[in-house]
Design a protein. Structure first.
Length: 128
C-alpha cells in the first residue's frame, strides 16, 4: 500500500513578505481565511486529509480558522508563532516561541500538536 502525505503552510504570505522586505510586522490579512476555506473545500471533495503547519500569529488573528481545519479532520502542526528564522534566534527565544505556539494550537485544535515545520527551512546542522 502506498501512503502519500500532503502538508500545507497555513500562513499569510503577504504578511511574511512584508516583514522580510521592511522589517515591520503587520497583522495577517483575511485573504488567508478565504484561501484556506477554498482549499478545505477542494480537500473535502477529494476526500483528502492533510497536515496544516499553522503560524501562531495567524491563529491569534483567526482562531476559528484553526478550529475549522481541525474539525474537518486535518492534523495541526506548528510553523512557530512568529516565523522568525530559527538560526537567528537565541535558544531561550526559540523555546518561548514554540511553547506559545504549541499551547495556542493545542487549545484551538483540541488535539496534540506533534508536527513542526521551521520557517523557510531554517533548521540545519551546527558547525562546531
Amino acid at each position: 500500500m502506498t501512503v502519500h502525505a500532503l502538508t500545507i503552510d497555513l500562513e499569510d504570505w503577504n504578511q511574511v513578505l512584508h516583514r522580510l522586505l521592511t522589517g515591520e510586522s503587520i497583522r495577517p490579512s483575511s485573504a488567508v481565511v478565504d484561501a484556506t476555506h477554498r482549499l478545505l473545500g477542494v480537500l473535502d471533495e477529494a476526500g483528502v486529509r492533510a497536515t496544516f503547519f499553522v503560524l501562531g500569529n495567524v491563529a491569534d488573528a483567526y482562531p476559528g480558522l484553526v478550529r475549522e481545519v481541525a474539525r474537518r479532520g486535518h492534523e495541526i502542526g506548528s510553523h512557530t508563532y512568529s516565523h522568525e528564522l530559527i538560526f537567528r534566534m537565541e535558544p531561550a527565544a526559540f523555546k518561548a516561541d514554540m511553547e506559545r505556539s504549541l499551547a495556542q494550537l493545542q487549545d484551538l485544535a483540541g488535539q496534540p500538536v506533534l508536527g513542526f515545520r521551521a520557517p523557510e527551512f531554517s533548521v540545519g546542522h551546527l558547525q562546531h
